[in-house]
Each structure stands twice: as structure tokens, then as C-alpha cells.
Write a protein that binds this ligand. Sequence first.
Ligand SMILES: [Zn+2]
Length: 143
Amino acid sequence: MQAALATWQAELPIQAVATPDQAQVRLWRRKPPLESGPDGPMRASHGRALLELRQVQRLGQWQLEPQVDVLISPGQRPEAIQATSLHELGHAFGLWGHSDQSGDVMAVSPTAKPVLSLSPRDRATLRWLLRQPGLSPVLAPAY
Ligand SMILES: [Zn+2]
């Protein structure tokens, strides 16, 4: 999970905070709850990013901010945990969609060989996201 976070840290100005309640993105080693599949039955997954909006006070002003809880199931091989963390953190940092290319971190389903680094396509999508107007200053690049 640390390696996955370090990968995103190389791309984004991520700052660690003292307590979990201050964080906009929280990473948990916890099995995600079952969710209903497209055809009905409940199914398990190795990771999940859960988005909530919350009201917080910043410099005396109340504002809505996202808070994302990333749940990573501990019962996986270390490489699979890293790949799952990388993918779910991608969702947490704003890449909510999926890629149809299996070599991308944001591919729709995990492959036999875990994807442990961002592809040029993942990076291009992130750069596109960072250029969008109205982006939260928390995620805005420092340049
Ligand atoms: Zn996903």
C-alpha cells in the first residue's frame, strides 16, 4: 500500500496529515463490503473507493469537500495488494472511470500480471484531469 501511495505521490502533491479525520483520502486495510453485481447476486471485491461529501470549515468558511475511504482487502498476495491499492487510489484522486486496456492501472478488471506502475495512458488521463477548471486547490498541481 505504501508503494502504491508513493507512485501517486510522484505525480500529485499529496500531503500526509496528523489524524484520519483531517484526511481527504484514507487508506484502510479492510475487506470491502459485498456489493450487488450487474445481474443481481452479491459479489466480493479486493478493493473499493467510497466517496462522500462532507462540510468542513477552512479559514472560517464552510465548504463541501470530498472524503474518500479506500478499502483494500488484506487477503491477497503482496503484488496484488499493491496493484489494487494503485487502482483504488486512482479512483480516490479523481480517476473515477475505467480503461479498457489491460496494461493500465485504471483497467476495468485486474489481470493475471498485476499492474504496478502508471502507464502513459494513466498519466495522460491524470494530466487531463488536473487541467480541468474549478479543480479543488487541494488537488491542483503546484506549478
Ligand atoms: Zn475501479
